[in-house]
Structures are given as structure tokens and as C-alpha cells.
Ligand binder design. Structure first.
Ligand code: WT7
Length: 573
């Protein structure tokens, strides 16, 4: 699958590898070392200063078909207004402010408004239940939460447990439902627009965003990013998403996750690109109509969505005019070769796979317009990124092609996370022998293409979202009937993996479909629909190591039909 190199922003990959430097990206943005750099400013004010104030920044469509449009000047003023509002409340630079809302315009303006006043934005997925929310707010000692009426119930429930949270800001208060005394009403349409706001003078290493991600053990970790990440998000949007001035770009990710901020807010807007947002769930026809109506040209999505579209077949595609599309990218899970080949047949365009993580902040290993795609491969390191695979045990780079090792990246790229909030020990443990170890297994072929193999830990990737087994197991133990539990990923044709729980019940409780449903609901409400076990299997007792630890890996291996053999290799966590 070859493309015309001359037409893309990247041009020749080989030449870019030779010529590229991060300094070039800095220069393009007009950033000078040690000067102020603020993501909020670069995504709005700077675009206006460079003659694009009247250009559309956001085309937003709600679930009922309502459409709202905002120019870059609107973006500038709305983010100013929110920044001033937060400042007037007494919120200080460095404070953590959580965004807990659906994909409404206020989420996008709030994110940049927080950054403009020097705050640290903590976006959380609005489908999270109380316990998921509580753990992350507690860890970050979040001072304020911006939310919608519809999510207030969850916030009110946990409020008594979080004395540090001073401000609950309701962004869609229309007076229809009385707020509680401590809650603060904010309405963008009623607020006095702030024409001039002095952006807080953040510099390269000033903290910007805190994104929570799950690991195998312990609580979720807050990957802490800095304003300098902009350099990488800007240039990868230009070279990998191939964004140009007249593009209409659609990123399907929710800003509760890193794709939705790095490539659903920061990178594209820093390039002055018009972005579309659809605040509605997945449905093939709705998605195709959205592409047709807004003439989307560049589309960034995820394998689970693509596999769901594949299931719907060609019929819905024929009903809509999708000829505006010119470049498609994917992230979050392995993109199988069949999906790449199918999309080429269905849309006349392949999906370009990109690999990266919450921790990396920007794309690391990708396929580029102009570079041959090998369907099923993640592609090659972005110019400016040094990536390899290292031996599973010695962590030395593997010299022979085709050997499976751990994906490792040389630290120092602009958007690398700078810490796990409050958890420097875990942060440090990710760096071994001068490499950042991603926690994924892959091999590199003789042409330098990376091939994903799987995760190196027990984290479950369901539909492109990571869920930590420990968090679910801990929540399961809070259910009155559960004595012991182990949670693993189980193969799934659409979501790649779904959550499966093995449970030993307490004496006096009988296994039944009823209790299964109760437990599923219990997790869905406390954690999220993603974390809810799709399958529960009751066991009399869970398999344990000699020291009494539950052997999660043994259960996982069974689900995947893997050879178990000598169980001693499965004993360590
Ligand atoms: C993990 C990171 C960064 C965007 C969303 C996910 C898996 C990500 C790919 C890909 C195979 C992938 C890895 C990675 N992953 N992209 N193209 N092929 N696996 O961010 O929640 O931090 O998850 O997602 O396992 O480590 P995240």
C-alpha cells in the first residue's frame, strides 16, 4: 500500500529521519527556550494573532442533532472567561481542577481555560462511577470539579469524603434544578465575556495535565504532563495526522482519555485546524452521517470502533457520501491486518495505525502517509523518537529481527510524562538501563517495522481502554457475597478483551444468575461500564501460589487457550 510522498506534510520518512529535530518544531511555533509556553494560549490566542480569528475551531453536534459552531476567536474568549472565573473563585496556579463532563463544548473550553490560568487539568471519563472518581480525586487532592447537572448525583455522594474539594462548578445550570449551597453555578452564555486575559506565565516544565491510567497492582496512577508537551503534540498532528489548513478533523476519543486531549484538543488546535465533536454514542449510521454532514477529511479512531463498523458491513456506507475523507488513523489497541484491508476496500483508504500511551503524551510508533503500510504492523518510530525492543530479562536492545522483547523508548521527547502524581517510586521503576519501558511486547522486522505482540502485565485493554484488575478485584471484595476474586481479560472479537471475574463466594451465598447480575451492576455503578465483568465464573476456591497469592496469570492463560505447563512461571505477579 503505497502513497504519493509529495502530497503529505511528512514527505519522505527516510529524509525526515535524517533532518528532523524538535527545535524545528519549536521554531515553527515561535517558541524560544525558557520563554513562556502555555497550551491554552497556543491553541487560541496565537491562532487569532496569526490571522485565523474568524476560522471555525469547533463544530459540535449533540446526541439530539443540535449543532453549535465556534470560531478561534470564540475559543479565545470562552477560555479567557473560564480562566478568569476560576481565578476569581480563588483557585491558584498549580491547583488540580477536574473536568467531569460529557463531550459538551464547556469541556473543551474548560480544559484550555484551566491551562490558561496555570491550573492542572484533570479530565475524568464522565461514565466513571463514584468510587473511580473518588480514588482519582483523592490521589490528586483536587480542589475543584467542573461538571454537569446530570453527573451531580455521583459527585454529591462522595463529597462528604473529600474535604479538600472546595468548589463544585456546574457548567449547565439553567435554574431548573436547585443547586446545593456549596455548588457554584456557571453559564458561559450568561457570563460576561472576557476579552483580555493575561495568560499565566507557564514555562516548559510547568505541570499541565494529569491523566489517570491503570496498572496491574495498586490504585490508578496520575501521569503528569507539562506545557512543553505541546511541541510533540503539534508536530505529530502535522506529520502523522497530516493536518492542513483546510482540513475538517474528527477525533472520536473522549477527553477523559489521553487521545481526546493530545489529539482531540491540543495538537489540532495548535495547528489552527477545524475540529468536529460528536457528543453521542457509537452507531454506524450516525457516524457516517456525521462525516457526510460536516465533510470530515481526517478521522482518528480506534480498532474497536473500526471492527464494529466492519460488522455493519458495506450497506450503511453506500447510503452516505464519504468522499470528503482523505486520511484515517487508529490508536489504542492492535489494529489487525483485516481491518486495514477492509477499510481500504470499504472507504478506499487504509487506517494508519499509531502506537503510544498516556505516559508518552504523543504518538511514538506510527504509519505515515508516504511510507508503505504493512497491514498489522504499528509502523516505525516518529522522527525524533528513538525506539527499540529490549530483552525481556536483561533489558539490552535485541539485535536480531523478529525476536520478541519489550518496547523501549529513549527518554527526552517533549511530551514524556514527568512523574506519576505522588508516586515517584513507580515512575522511576519504568526507566531501566536508560530506556523508558512501555510495558508492551513487540518485535521489529528486518525493515524496521514494529509488530505488537501483547502487554507485558495483567492490565486489560477493553475497546482501547485500560482497566486495572486490582481496582476491580478491590471493588468486588466490597460486595457482601464475595470472598475472593481474580479478574482477567478474556478474548473478544470486537473489544479485543472484555473483563472476566472469577469469584469464590462467602459461606451462605449460592451461585446464581441473579447474584451474577447483582455483582455486575455493583461494579458498573461503582467503577464504570468498562470495568464491569462481562462474564463471571464461580469457583469453590481460587488457585493460589505457595505463599497464598491468587494466580491470576493461570486463569488468564486458560481463557486465552495458552499452554500452562510448569505453573511456577505463572506464580509471580
Ligand atoms: C496502551 C496504552 C495512547 C492512546 C490510547 C491508549 C495499547 C495503544 C496501540 C497500538 C497495539 C496499542 C498498548 C499501550 N496500545 N496503541 N497501536 N497497537 N496496542 O492509551 O490507555 O495509556 O494505553 O494501549 O498496550 O501500552 P493508554
Amino acid at each position: 500500500m503505497e502513497e504519493d510522498q509529495g502530497m503529505s506534510n511528512m514527505g519522505s520518512y527516510e529524509e525526515k529521519i535524517e533532518q528532523f529535530s524538535w527545535e524545528q518544531a519549536e521554531q515553527e511555533l515561535g517558541y524560544q527556550k525558557d520563554a513562556m509556553i502555555n497550551i491554552g494560549y497556543y491553541c487560541s490566542d496565537r491562532i487569532c494573532e496569526t490571522g485565523r480569528a474568524a476560522k471555525l475551531a469547533l463544530i459540535w453536534e449533540g446526541y439530539s442533532g443540535e449543532i453549535k459552531q465556534y470560531t478561534f476567536n470564540d475559543l479565545r474568549i470562552h477560555t479567557n472567561t473560564i480562566a478568569r472565573f476560576l481565578q476569581n473563585l480563588g483557585i491558584q496556579a498549580g491547583d488540580r481542577i477536574c473536568l467531569f463532563m460529557d463531550k459538551i463544548p464547556e469541556l473543551y473550553f474548560g480544559f484550555l481555560g484551566i491551562l490558561k490560568m496555570g491550573g492542572i487539568a484533570q479530565p475524568l471519563f464522565s461514565a466513571f462511577g463514584g468510587e473511580s472518581l473518588l480514588t482519582r480525586l483523592e490521589d490528586a487532592q483536587t480542589i475543584a470539579i467542573m461538571t454537569q447537572k446530570k453527573h451531580l448525583g455521583k459527585v454529591r455522594k462522595i463529597l462528604p469524603d473529600i474535604a479538600f474539594l472546595k468548589y463544585v462548578i456546574v457548567v449547565d445550570d439553567d435554574g431548573s434544578k436547585p443547586l446545593q449551597e456549596s455548588e457554584i453555578s456557571f453559564n458561559l452564555e450568561k457570563e460576561n465575556p472576557v476579552e483580555n486575559f493575561e495568560t499565566f506565565p507557564t514555562t516548559a516544565e510547568t505541570p499541565s495535565v494529569l491523566h489517570y491510567t491503570s496498572g496491574t497492582t495498586g490504585k490508578p496512577k496520575g501521569a503528569q504532563h507539562v506545557h512543553y508537551s505541546l511541541i510533540a503534540q503539534y508536530i505529530t498532528s502535522k506529520f502523522v495526522l497530516d493536518l492542513n489548513n483546510d482540513d475538517i478533523y474528527w477525533c472520536t476519543a473522549d477527553p477523559g482519555w489521553v487521545t481526546g486531549t493530545s489529539y482531540g484538543i491540543i495538537g489540532p488546535w495548535a495547528n489552527g485546524i477545524t475540529q468536529c465533536v460528536l457528543d453521542a454514542g457509537f452507531k454506524a449510521e450516525t457516524w457516517y452521517k456525521f462525516i457526510q454532514d460536516h465533510k470530515v477529511t481526517v478521522w482518528y479512531s480506534a480498532p474497536t470502533a473500526i471492527r464494529s463498523l466492519m460488522k455493519e458491513g458495506l450497506e450503511p456506507i453506500q447510503k452516505y457520501n464519504l468522499t470528503s475523507l482523505r486520511h484515517l488513523c487508529s490508536v489504542g489497541e492492535p489494529l489487525n491486518a483485516e481491518a486495514v484491508i477492509w477499510s481500504e476496500a470499504a472507504y478506499g483508504l487504509p487506517f494508519y495505525d499509531t502506537f503510544w500511551q498516556t505516559e508518552t503524551g504523543s504518538m511514538m510508533i506510527c504509519n505515515y502517509p508516504g511510507m508503505k503500510i504493512k497491514p498489522g504492523s504499528m509502523g516505525k518510530p516518529f522522527p525524533g523518537i528513538t525506539a527499540t525492543v529490549v530483552d525481556l530479562k536483561s533489558h539490552e536492545p535485541l539485535q536480531k529481527p523478529g525476536v520478541v522483547g519489550l518496547i523501549a523508548i529513549k527518554p527526552g521527547w517533549p511530551s514524556m510524562f514527568r512523574n506519576y502524581w505522588n508516586n515517584e517510586a513507580t515512575y522511576k521503576s519504568k526507566f531501566i538501563k536508560g530506556w523508558y519501558i512501555c510495558g508492551d511486547r513487540a518485535s521489529i522486522d528486518e525493515d524496521g517495522y514494529f509488530w505488537f505482540v501483547g502487554r507485558d502485565d495483567d492490565v486489560i485493554n477493553t475497546g482501547g481502554h485500560l482497566v486495572g484488575p486490582f481496582e476491580i478485584e478491590s471493588a468486588l471484595l466490597e460486595h457482601e457475597a464475595v470472598a475472593e476474586s481474580a479478574v482477567v481479560g478474556k478474548p473478544d472479537p470486537v473489544n479485543m478483551e472484555v473483563v472476566k471475574a472469577f469469584i469464590a463466594l462467602k459461606p451462605g451465598f449460592e451461585a446464581s444468575d441473579m447474584i451474577k447480575l447483582q455483582i455486575m451492576n455493583f461494579i458498573r455503578k461503582r467503577l464504570s461500564p468498562l470495568a464491569m465483568p462481562q462474564e463471571i465464573e464461580f469457583l469453590d476456591a481460587l488457585p493460589k501460589t505457595r505463599s497464598g497469592k491468587i494466580m491470576r496469570r493461570l486463569l488468564r492463560a486458560k481463557e486465552w487457550g495458552e499452554e500452562i505447563g510448569d505453573t511456577s512461571t505463572l506464580e509471580n505477579d
